[in-house]
Design a binder for this molecule. Structure first.
Ligand code: ADP
Ligand code: MG
Length: 264
C-alpha cells in the first residue's frame, strides 16, 4: 500500500459557495473515522485557520512560508482541537506571494514540491487544500499538487456559471503539469428543500454532470454557519445537526470513491 496521502484540492473560483466549510467539515469527518488529515489553507483570508480556532498570533509559520520555500509543510503544520487533524494556517502575507514568485520558472509547482518533501511514511492519509475564490497562482499550485479536485457548488440559480471555466482549468493542468489530476466530485451545498429553485438546481446539475455529483447534498443549516465563530468545525459544535450529519455522509462517499475503479 502506498504511504502517499491522497491530496484533494477544494476549489471554485466563486466566493461563498462553501469551500472552506467543506474543507473543515470533510476533514473533521475523515479524522473522526480514523484518517490522519492535514488542511492546507491557501486563502489569504485564512477562514479555515480561524474556523479551526487557530489564533492569528499563533500562526508562526504559514502557507506563505511554505510557498516561498522558507518552511517545510511539517514546520508549518499545527495541531487543531480535532484529534487527527492538522492545519498549515494562512496569513495575509499570501496576498503578496504571487508577485514574489511570479518570475520563477517553478512558480506553479511550489506546493507540489513542498508536499513531496513530507517524510515517509507520510504522517497523513489525506491532505485537503482550501483555495481562495479565484483561479490564481495559488489555486493553480493547489491543482498542480493534487490527486483530485473537489468542487463545492452552491444550490442557487447561477450554480453552473463558471463551472466550465473551472473544468477547463483542471483540464489544462492535467494536460500539462499534472496528468494524474481528476475530478474528485461535485458537492452541492446550502440546499434548502423548501426552495423550489434549489430543487431545480440540484436536478439540473445532476443532469449536466451525472455521477460526478455526490449523492450527499449539504443542507443549509444555521448550526453550520455558527460553528466557525466558536473556532470549531460544525461536527464538533453540533454533531447531530443535519449539516454535520451530511458532512459525515460525504466523507464516507469520498472514501468509497477512492475504492471505486477509476473511469477512463
Ligand atoms: P467559501 O470558502 O467558498 O468562500 P464558505 O465555506 O466560507 O465559502 O461559506 C460561505 C458562507 O456560507 C459562510 O458564512 C458559511 O458559514 C456559510 N455556509 C457554508 N455552508 C453552509 C451551510 N451548509 N449552511 C449554512 N451556512 C453555510
Ligand atoms: Mg473560503
Amino acid at each position: 500500500m502506498s504511504t502517499r496521502p491522497k491530496i484533494i484540492t477544494v476549489a471554485n473560483q466563486k466566493g461563498g459557495v462553501g469551500k472552506t466549510t467543506t474543507a473543515i467539515n470533510l476533514a473533521t469527518a475523515l479524522a473522526a473515522i480514523g484518517e490522519k488529515v492535514l488542511i492546507i489553507d491557501i486563502d489569504p483570508q485564512g477562514n479555515a485557520s480561524t474556523g479551526l480556532g487557530i489564533d492569528k498570533e499563533a500562526r508562526k509559520k504559514s502557507s506563505y512560508d511554505v510557498m516561498v520555500g522558507e518552511a517545510g509543510i511539517q514546520d508549518a503544520a499545527m495541531e487543531t482541537a480535532v484529534p487527527g487533524l492538522w492545519i498549515v494556517p494562512s496569513t495575509m502575507d499570501l496576498l503578496g506571494v504571487e508577485l514574489e514568485i511570479s518570475h520563477q520558472p517553478d512558480r506553479v509547482l511550489k506546493l507540489r514540491h513542498a508536499l513531496r518533501d513530507i517524510s515517509q511514511p507520510a504522517p497523513y492519509t489525506y491532505v485537503l487544500i482550501d483555495c481562495p475564490p479565484s483561479l490564481n497562482l495559488l489555486t493553480l499550485n493547489a491543482m498542480a499538487a493534487a490527486d483530485s479536485v473537489l468542487v463545492p457548488l452552491q444550490c442557487e440559480f447561477f450554480a453552473l456559471e463558471g463551472l466550465s471555466q473551472l473544468l477547463k482549468t483542471v483540464e489544462q493542468i492535467r494536460s500539462t503539469i499534472n496528468p494524474r489530476l481528476s475530478i474528485q466530485g461535485i458537492v452541492l451545498t446550502m440546499f434548502d428543500r423548501r426552495n423550489n429553485l434549489a430543487v431545480q438546481v440540484v436536478e439540473d446539475v445532476r443532469a449536466f454532470m451525472g455521477d460526478t455529483v455526490y449523492e450527499t447534498v449539504i443542507p443549509r443549516n444555521v448550526r453550520v454557519s455558527e460553528a466557525p465563530s466558536y473556532g470549531k468545525p460544525a461536527i464538533l459544535y453540533d454533531l447531530k445537526c443535519p449539516g454535520s450529519q451530511a458532512y459525515l455522509q460525504l466523507a464516507s462517499e469520498v472514501i468509497r470513491r477512492e475504492r471505486r475503479p477509476k473511469a477512463a
